[in-house]
Design a protein around this ligand. Sequence first.
Ligand code: HEM
Length: 521
Amino acid sequence: MLQSVSEFSDSKTFFALVALFIFFLCLRRFLVRRNLVDKDGHPIPPGPLFRYPYLGQYCELDFDRWARRFGSLVSVWMGDQLCVIISDPRAAQDLLVENGAIFSSRKNYFIKNELILHNRAMTASPYSQLWRHHRKIAMRYLSEKAVPNYVDFFASEAISLLRSLHRESASCTRPVNPALSAVRFTLNNMLRISFGKRTSSIDDPLLHTIQKLVMEFDDITGPVSNAVDFIKPLQYLPTHTRTRGLNLNSDMNHVYGDMIGEMQRRLDSKEDVPDCLVKMLLETKDEEGMSSEDILMLAIAFAFGGVHSIAGIIQWFLAFMATHPAVAAAAQAEIDRVVGQERLPNNDDEKHLPYVRAIIKEVQRIHSPFWVPTPHYSTADFVYNGMYIPKDTVMILNCWTIHHNEDRYPDAFTFNPDRYLGDDLSSIVSSKLRDPMKRDHWAFGAGRRICPGFAIAERELWISISSLLWAYNFEVVPEEPICLDEYEGSSGRTPLPFRMKLTPRHDAAGRLVMEDNSMAI
Ligand code: HEM
C-alpha cells in the first residue's frame, strides 16, 4: 500500500515536471528569439533576446539602442515575424537599392493592408505586376515631368496659405496654430491633381473630414505598433484597433466614394471637367483593368501619402523658425538680397537661395515625417556580410539612427542648416547618388518603393517655405514654449500642436496677405 502511494506521488511529480517543461518550451517559443541559420551555417543578424508583440510610439529609440548594441543590421522577432532593422546608409543602399529585386515587397499588415486598404492601395501591394501597373499610372501625375503642370497652382495655394494664416491669427494680432492652414495647402494641391478641385475655405467641412481621416490613419497604422499584425490569433478578436480600422475603411469609402461618384456624374453629363487623375482613371478603367476599388484606393493614396507628410514638415519648419530666429533672419536676408520685397520667390530663384534650400533639407533630416518608413519585405533568402536574411523578412529602414549618424552629420542633434551649404542637388537627385554617405537624407525611403510623390513634395516644400520666409516673421508665444522633441502619430509623425506669433515682414507682404482675392483664399 505504502509503495503504491509513493509510486503514485512519484508519477504525479513526474507529470508535473513534464507539464512544466512543456509550459516552458511553449513560453520560450512565444517569448524568446529563434536564432535561425541557413544551410551553410550563416546566422540571422544579432538582436534582442525577447520577442515583442508590438513597440511603443517612439520605437525608433528602441531601434537606435539596438543598433548601438548589436550593429548596423539587427534582427528582432515581432511575435512570429522576423524583422531586420537597417541603421547604416551603406547597408540600406546594398540591400534596398542594389538588391531591389529581392527587397521591394510589402508584408500583409492586418490593420493597414487588409482592413483599411483592402490590399489594393499602392503602398500595401506586394511587389507584383499589379503594383507596377498602379505605380506607372500614378507616376503620370507625380513624376518630375508632370511637376511643371502644377507650378502655377502650387504658387497660388502658397498665397492662400499666407492669407489663411493671416486670417486664422486675426490679422496677426493673436497666436496661431498653423496646422490646419498647412494641411489645407497640401490637401488642396492633392485634390487639384487627383480631382481637379480644392476646398473653398479653412472652414470647408471636407478639409476637416479628411484631416481627421488622415490623423486616424497615421495613428493606427504604425509598422510595429499593433500586436494584431504579428500575432495572428488576435485577428479573430473584436479588438478596439480592429474596430477603428473597419470604421476608417468605411469612412474613407464614403468620403472618396462620393467624390468619385460626383466626378462620374459630371463626366456622364458631358461637363467640361479639368484634367486630373480620377477623370483619367474613370475614362480608361476598362482598358487599364482598374476596378472601382482600385480607383478609390489610388485616389486615397494621394491624400494619405501627400497631405500630412508635407504639412508636417511645414509645421516643423515654422516651429524651428520661431525657436531659431537667427536662422530665419539669415534666410530672410538672403531672400531680400536675391528676390527683393516686391514679389514672392519663385522656382527660378531656388538655385540662388542656397540657405533656404539648406533649411528645407535640415528640417527633413532632423524631423522626418516617417522615422520608420513603410517597411519593405524580402521575397527570397539572402546572405549579406555573412548574415542570413530569410525570405519573408520585414526590412525596416531606421531613418532615425541614419539621420543622427555623427560621421555623416556632426553634432547631429543640433538644428544646423549650414551643414547643407554647398549641397546643390535636389533631394531627388541626391537619392540617386552612388555613394550613400553623400545622400542628403532618407526621408523619402529607398529603392524601388521610394516615395512616388518625391518630386511633387520637393516643389510644394520649396514654394510654401520660401513664401513663408518672404512674408512673415515668426515668434514663440512667451508663455507657450514650442516642443521640438516630441511628436504624434505612429506611422506619419507630426509635431505636437503649438501656437506661434506671426508678423508681416514688410508692406508688400502686408498688402498681399490682406488682399481679398477670393481665388486664393
Ligand atoms: C514630404 C513629403 C513626403 C514624404 C517625406 C514621403 C515619404 C514616403 C516614404 C518614406 C515612403 C516609403 C518609401 C519606401 O518604401 O522606401 C513613401 C511611400 C509612398 N508615398 Fe510618400 N512621402 C511624401 C509625399 C508624398 C506625396 C506628395 C505623395 C502623393 C501621392 C506620396 C505618396 C506615396 C505613396 C503612394 C507611397 C507608396 C509607394 C509604394 O509602395 O510603391 N507621398 N513616402
